[in-house]
Write a protein of this length. Sequence first.
Lengths: 362, 272
Amino acid sequence: MATQSGIYHQTYESDMQLRPTTAQRVRMVLVIAFVLVLPLLVSQNEVRIVNKVMIAAIGAIGLNILVGYTGQISLGQGAFLAVGAYGCGLLMVYFQVPWGLALMAGALITAVVGGLFGLPSLRLKGLYLAVATLAAQQIVEWIIIRWDPIDGTIDGKATDALRIPSNFLFGNSAWRLNDNEYAFYYFVFVVLAIVVIGSVNLFRTHYGRAFIAIRDQDIAAEVMGVNLFYYKVLAFAVSSFLVGLAGGLTTIHSTAISFERFTIDVSIAYLAMIIVGGLGSISGAIYGAIFIEILPEILRSIGQALVQNRLVSDQVFVTVLPFVQQGTFGLLIILMLIVEPEGIRKLWSNIKDYFRLWPFSY
Amino acid sequence: MAFLSRFDRPYEAQRPPVHPLIIDKISLNFGGVRALNEISLRVDPGQIFAIIGPNGAGKTSLLNCINALYRPQMGHIMYGDVDLVKVPPHRLPRLGVARAFQNIELFSHMSVLDNLMLGRHIYMKKNLLQALFYWGAGQREEIEHRRFVEYVIDLLEIQSIRKATVGSLAYGLQKRVELGRALSLNPTLILLDEPMAGMNTEEKEDMARYILDIREEWGITVVLIEHDMGVVMDISDQIAVLEFGRLIAVGKPEEVRSNPEVIRAYLGQEYS
């Protein structure tokens, strides 16, 4: 990154600041202001999509802490989301736990489960660990499908979906989170902001440094006094906590959950998010979540616009368009990675560098 | 703001006690290959102790044994009253043992500063919640250790590259950063595996000066492997010579230099 000249730090506090220049702080304020007024500018349905993006961003930050920062590849993202979602949902349905408490408890349960599935990481590295976490994915999926008590009933008939009666969430007030997308928007934004601040701080301290050290050179990290076992399991637990939080938010947001939302496809989509966004970066996880979640929506609305303008028939819309959409989605991801293998985060910092040096970029 | 002056000695605080390193008849086998054969050595506190020998003699294996990365099948390595053969590697920094590797093993995506700050890892006490919140206790602790790290940066004259990503630095600088990372542990015993390999004369002189400095100023015991005989003969107090996992000589530089078996196995006629 190009740095501005003429900035002289006189204290370690100012040298260690996250945003040392005024321009950076102004930009941050503008971003927050934009986020606060965004719901006033768009429809309820669009806010719903943004809400999904923010939940995904929390999950992606969690995954990036594990994969991008600590270098432990995980294919169990879907499973950990499911543990958080079902943990939160079951506590509400069976034990009448208030939703806020259930959300936190679900995340804590996921942290414990994630820590357990992180135990093989002591012996397994890289792709071998990925296969071990795949086991987590399969086990959790199997439990959700086969174990009846955790499924709910709809109209007296047992189903695979867990339904949360909506009066668990803020009673019957107009600010009920589950059907007021605007209320949910501000709620999940505060959660996301706390998650971002916490994660960024984590990587300014010895915990985060130990995680990165394990990724870059695990033997050297151990020789420098980092207890590999403890910090690897901790990385799994911290990561899973955030993923579980995202899972619990999914439950609250949608009020009915089923295993289809937590399959291996979801694990891979989340890996795509952090790779496209930028491995080992909090902002990268957010950019990736936006890219992967919004792109299909944009492609879908383009498809719908084509039908409405009678450019394609309903028949084509149903049969061909889904494939075209998926193909375009894949193609855009590939293009994105060819243009900038280090992800959207790097692309954005290149753009910023260009303008910082402009017009004398030599 | 109390910055450290040249005359402050942050390394005198928090220091584990100094001990002699006593290697007692260690043997290390890899399958049928005997990498180390009943080696016994004693390194006194404050010594610069060199290990030399031809390739494959077992020099790095010996350092890895001291570092608890390899477990010798027989023998003991005593540092104080702790047998290093029995402790996990991540405990060693707490006992005062630091290591710099032969093929630079820095954290290449981190900045120089973060690499050195990782050397302070064992002294950091803040809990996870304080780390997540950062402001307050967490920041105070970071700054306290930043002061120590800045002292090391000063000593090694790497101020200008503090914020550079380690992977982008020149080889000689990376070697220096790796020494700095080991020093950040505030060790009493430092193991250097070929600290001067691949360096030009000027860089070698600098490195030799740093090694002498940390011994004189900090009182650190240095165990090093090196192939540059000029340097080894100049700065070492004691030299051990290995060949095929056997210790063939140990003594002062002038004794080793004139030992006929060492001349045959390693030195050749030039240094005799």
